[in-house]
Write a new protein. Structure first.
Length: 194
């Protein structure tokens, strides 16, 4: 489907769509255009849990922020600037803030288990253990590593392309929203011909 056809469909369909489907489209677009991050927090076995959680909390506060669909997209698709779209985005941002609190508190309970395991006799053959914290488009891997000395944020290790199977990168564009539009068109078409 060409960009012109997609834009015409976005102008015609959403005002006539059920509110639930319209919200699903808004949520997918909101997620698609939202900020993304991927980091590794490497921590030593003897690192204090409060220090680890402090770094996790600070990082999450820096990257998990309120955002809205950019005005340039709102201008392209006038239906996005309607009040119900803004209300949905406000709710999504509100839930993102709550999710951040739950993820950090969950880490406060799970990371000590990893530390205890690596410090125990049973963990003598374990050299590294990790907990991946995900919030929206953000991912923080907390890697407990015997070779690390303290808590340090790092860029994730990237496997060279010649040694890893092909996979879509986190920064690559996703066109899942086109499938939602095509599905919505099909549903409306079927409803109109019954």
């Amino acid at each position: 489907m060409s960009g012109t056809v997609a834009e015409r469909l976005f102008r015609l369909l959403p005002p006539r769509m059920p509110l639930q489907e319209k919200y699903r489209l808004i949520e997918n677009l909101w997620t698609h255009v939202g900020p993304r991050s991927r980091k590794v927090l490497r921590v030593g076995v003897g690192t204090d849990i409060d220090q680890i959680i402090e770094v996790v909390q600070a990082h999450m506060n820096d990257v998990v922020v309120r955002y809205t669909i950019p005005p340039s997209l709102e201008k392209r698709f006038e239906w996005l600037s309607a009040g119900d779209s803004q209300a949905k985005q406000n709710l999504l941002n509100h839930f993102l803030e709550h999710e951040k609190t739950f993820v950090v508190e969950g880490a406060r309970h799970r990371i000590p288990v990893l530390l205890e395991h690596l410090q125990s006799e049973a963990g003598a053959n374990t050299h590294r253990a990790a907990e991946v914290l995900k919030i929206g488009n953000h991912e923080l891997e907390v890697a407990v590593d015997r070779n690390a000395l303290a808590a340090k944020l790092e860029e994730p290790y990237i496997v060279p392309s010649w040694s890893a199977p092909l996979r879509q990168s986190a920064a690559a564009p996703s066109y899942r929203w086109v499938l939602w539009v095509a599905g919505a068109i099909l549903v409306l078409y079927l409803l109109g011909h019954h």
